[in-house]
Structures are given as structure tokens and as C-alpha cells.
Design a protein around this ligand. Structure first.
Ligand code: NAD
Ligand code: DAU
Length: 353
């Protein structure tokens, strides 16, 4: 079996659902269920004996060690993190705790387990660390996209803690021989994304008739990757990646935030027209994010060349599928929107007005 951390969050849950749709290999899913974790996303697996959910904090090394000894996974896939840049600006402590201290505790538990494995079991074990392109910092408009050798230059507390966790993972390979794989992906989008992030936030605000907040001039660029494509890339890295290597995963889809917002409005105008006017009328420019990175873009040639992975979705197909999914699953969005989230929206957007 495999052990996944953060499998009740956006990418982790998509990974677990996709994995069990394709494999019979069981999954132990360890998640603390923070505001971003949601068991409802995993409803389809409630009675599935191949899925074992454990509510636990990755910073609790003793629990992790027990789980590793009990389930004897052949791999750990580490998704769990505090993941929202704006929240890291408001409160970086949780990011240091989970992304750095938590990853350290998980690495210690994995090392203690791995050194006791024997022969092929030890040789074939993998620790797959899911990182981000944000560790590379911000690109100038004409600069080449990030590749695996781009120097680190994290700009937000979130990116700095992810960069620190990457360095720990690298050091556990270099110093102790732990067989690790690290991936850096660009901005994911698709089903089950918490509505604090740009794409689901714009969809839910549009439908609620609320302002669509665009930070600064809206000309910041992100490279959008459909989550199912990302999960397929992770399966390829786990199956065929070389221990100690890093792989960049991107969608070859650079778009400005304004392009994304306008495309979402056009899709909603077609799929759920308003009684009058366009959703574009709700676009509102608000104060920029402090230290806002201007451009991210991934050069995903290495993973294509070495592992044969390329994204299957274009931005147009992926975004339309995503909008249709949110229109069909308004119950999922309502179920996860809590009082705390409404309080977050109030604090975050009142300050930017
Ligand atoms: P998410 O915020 O949607 O989910 C994170 C999950 O981790 C939640 O289920 C949460 O409950 C769990 N978690 C948080 N702290 C924990 C702890 N201490 N112990 C156990 N579980 C804990 O995040 P996501 O968007 O699914 O991102 C998953 C991973 O991918 C993260 O490591 C993130 O840095 C990375 N990443 C995300 C994106 C993106 O666009 N979403 C892009 C690049 C990299
Ligand atoms: O690049 C990978 C990263 O992508 C991941 O490591 C992070 O975990 C993930 O959250 C994401 O970070 P971003 O900051 O790029 O994503 P977010 O959806 O928060 O914002 C995308 C862009 O849209 C960014 O330039 C900020 C802007 N934005 C965001 C929000 C929430 C707005 O203009 N308005 C908004 O209300």
C-alpha cells in the first residue's frame, strides 16, 4: 500500500480518488483536517476497504512511526501543507509549523521506518515530496520558464517554508540515503479546490452576485495545470522517477489573472446566464497582494523527456470541465463554507477594498 498525507485536501483527494479508480493498491490517508481538509470529498470511499483514513498531524512523529510500522507502505506521498499565500501573509506561524516542522517530523519517521526495511523493500521504498514552483520566486516577462536547476528565491512565507521543506528532503537523501523524489508544480485547478483560491473563488462570487476581486492590475501570470494531469504526473514520477531527482510539472498554460477571470465570466455567461448583463460587470480591482510574484511558468521538458508525461488538458477544456463541476456541485461548496471561512473573506477582502 501507499501512505498519503493531506489526502483530504484539494490535490491529495484528487490523487487518492484517481489512484483507487486505477489501482487496487490500498491507501492510508493521514490528514489533520484543517479548514482546508474535507472528508466529504472522499465520500465515495467511505465503505471502500482499500481506503484507510487517519486523522493525525504530520508533526506528530510518534503517530506517524506507528502508522508506518502498522501499514508498511512501499511509498509516502507528502501533500499535507498550509497552502494559501494570502493566509501565510496574515499568519505565517502555522506555515512554519506544518510545512517545516511537520515535514521534518515526517522525514524522521520515514527514515526510522526505511532503515529497518530489508533488501528489495528498502531499495524500492520512495518518499515523494510535493512542492511548488513558488520556491523559484518571480520571473521577468521575457525570462525562460523555471527548470529544475533554477536557483531558489522564495518570496512569501508560504514559499519560504516550502523551500525549507525541499531542502530538508534533499538533505535526507544526501546525508542518510533516504530514496526521495521531489516535484514542483504550477497552479492547479479543478474539482474540490477550496474556494479561497482564485478560480473557485471567482466562480462562487460570480454566482452569488458578489464583486470579483482582482489584485493590482491583474496582469500577473500563472501557469495553470489541471489537477487530474498533475495526479497523472505524480503517478509517473512514483513509478519511473529516479531517486534523488526533482521534476517540474506544468500545464504549458501561461495566462494573466485577468485572462482567467474574463474566461470564467464568458463560460458562466454561456452556461448559467444572468437575467441581464455579463458576469464581467462584477470584476473589481482591489489592493494588490504584498510582495505579489509577477510571473510563474514551468518548463516541463524533463518529465516529458524522461518519464513520458505531458498534460492531456488544454486550459480551455480543463476550465470548462471545472466550471461545469462547480455548477453541478454547489452542495459541496456550501458544505465546506464555514463561519471561519466567511470571517476570513471578511478580513481579507475588507482590507483590500
Ligand atoms: P490544500 O490546502 O487544499 O490541502 C492541504 C491538506 O493538508 C488539507 O487536507 C489539510 O487538512 C492537510 N493538512 C494541513 N496541515 C496538516 C498537518 N499538520 N497534518 C496533516 N494534514 C495537514 O492544499 P493543496 O492545494 O491540495 O496542495 C497540496 C500540496 O501541493 C501542498 O503541499 C502544496 O504546497 C502543493 N502545491 C499546491 C499547488 C496548488 O495550486 N494548489 C501548486 C503547487 C504545489
Ligand atoms: O504556483 C503554485 C501555487 O499556486 C501553490 O504553491 C499554492 O499552494 C497555490 O495556492 C497557488 O498560489 P497562488 O498565490 O498563485 O494562487 P491563488 O489562487 O491564491 O492566486 C492566483 C493568482 O490570482 C495570484 O496572482 C493572486 C491572484 N488573486 C487571487 C485571489 C484569491 C486575485 O487576483 N484575487 C483573489 O481574490
Amino acid at each position: 500500500m501507499i501512505l498519503v498525507t493531506g489526502g483530504a485536501g484539494f490535490i491529495g483527494a484528487n490523487f487518492v480518488l484517481g489512484w483507487l479508480a486505477e489501482h487496487d493498491e490500498a491507501v492510508v490517508n493521514v490528514d489533520k483536517l484543517t479548514y482546508a481538509g474535507n472528508l466529504g470529498t472522499l465520500d465515495a470511499l467511505r465503505a471502500d476497504p482499500r481506503h484507510q483514513f487517519v486523522k493525525a498531524d504530520i508533526a506528530d512523529a510518534a503517530i506517524l512511526q506507528n502508522l508506518l510500522v502498522k501499514y508498511r507502505p512501499r511509498a509516502v506521498l507528502h501533500f499535507a501543507a498550509e497552502s494559501h499565500v494570502d493566509r501565510s501573509l496574515h499568519g505565517p506561524a502555522d506555515f512554519v509549523q506544518t510545512n517545516l516542522v511537520g515535514t521534518f517530523a515526517l522525514l524522521e519517521a520515514a527514515r526510522a521506518y526505511w532503515v529497518r526495511l530489508k533488501g528489495a523493500e528498502q531499495e524500492n521504498f520512495r518518499f515523494l515530496h510535493i512542492s511548488t514552483d513558488e520556491v523559484y520566486g518571480s520571473l521577468a516577462p521575457d525570462a525562460p520558464p523555471f527548470c529544475e536547476t533554477t536557483p531558489y528565491a522564495p518570496n512569501s512565507p508560504y514559499a519560504a517554508t516550502k523551500a525549507g521543506s525541499d531542502h530538508l528532503v534533499r538533505a535526507y537523501h544526501h546525508s542518510y540515503g533516504l530514496p526521495v523524489l521531489t516535484t514542483h508544480c504550477s497552479n492547479n485547478y479543478g474539482p474540490y479546490q477550496f474556494p479561497e483560491k482564485l478560480i473557485p473563488l471567482i466562480i462562487s462570487h460570480a454566482l452569488a452576485g458578489k464583486p470579483l476581486p482582482v489584485y493590482g492590475d491583474g496582469k500577473q501570470v500563472r501557469d495553470w495545470l489541471y489537477v487530474a494531469d498533475h495526479c497523472a504526473a505524480l503517478r509517473a514520477v512514483l513509478a519511473r522517477g529516479c531517486s534523488g531527482q526533482t521534476y517540474n510539472i506544468g500545464g504549458w498554460n501561461e495566462k494573466t489573472n485577468l485572462e482567467v477571470v474574463h474566461t470564467l465570466c464568458a463560460l458562466l455567461d454561456r452556461l448559467r446566464p444572468k437575467s441581464s448583463g455579463s458576469y464581467r460587470d462584477q470584476v473589481t480591482f482591489v489592493q494588490d497582494r504584498p510582495g505579489h510574484d509577477r510571473r510563474y511558468a514551468i518548463n516541463a521538458s524533463k518529465i516529458e523527456r524522461e518519464l513520458g508525461w505531458r498534460p492531456a488538458h488544454t486550459f480551455e477544456t480543463g476550465l470548462e470541465e471545472t466550471v461545469r463541476w462547480y455548477l453541478d456541485h454547489s452542495d459541496w461548496v456550501h458544505q465546506i463554507i464555514s463561519g471561519d471561512y466567511l470571517k476570513w473573506l471578511e478580513t481579507q477582502y475588507a482590507q483590500r477594498a
